[in-house]
Design a protein around this ligand. Sequence first.
Ligand code: ZN
Ligand code: FE
Length: 239
Amino acid sequence: MKIEIIKCLQDNYSYLIIDEKNKNACVVDPSEAKPVINFIENNQINLKYILNTHHHYDHVGGNLELKKRYNSYIIGFKGDKDRIPEVDILVENNQIWKKDNFEAKIYHIPGHTTGHIAYHFFKERKIFTGDTLFSLGCGRIFEGTYEQMFNSLNKIKELPKDTEIYCGHEYTLQNSNFCIANDSQNLKLKNKIVKIKEKLKNGLPTIPTILDDEIECNIFLKAKDIKSFSKLRDLKDNF
Ligand code: ZN
Ligand code: FE
């Protein structure tokens, strides 16, 4: 399985998960259709599945055009069946979604929205976290509670430490400023920031990030309890 990172809109990432044996692919959160179509046409990919992490426009904006063009199936959370455009296959918490050679475990991780899910391709040790876990940050709490978001992040934290995290936005640099302001003695974080700046200077994504790094550097994953997590989330909203 190969992952292709597709830049969309201002700072969104969509991902193509490509089975190199037959060129079948899934796309995760197509914010817009055009950049996805460009890659597909240039590389003769069969876009079979569209995986949505949540219903926000910058994650489902390309759904309809891609579905129409490639006859793809749209996968989304059961509870969001009325707000994920044209959803075909509904999934729920802890379910294994399996089609062709693709196999992912679904985690319901509410907080950013009530219906947010992650797709964990456990055999490949990759997880698509949408707007819940970012590199060095986490999503804003729009619909859920602090407690839900805290528990959702803890679920991800329990995965194997070498899991690669693919999130919905390139927010890493802004996030790193908040982390270092609140964790100024963290040597591993300092080293990570050097690498982040290097990548961005060369026009490269800072994604994927590794869970192990996030556990040591992401201040939101270091929060011990809901109270300290909530305080950090409030501080970040006004940072
Ligand atoms: Zn969102
Ligand atoms: Fe988003």
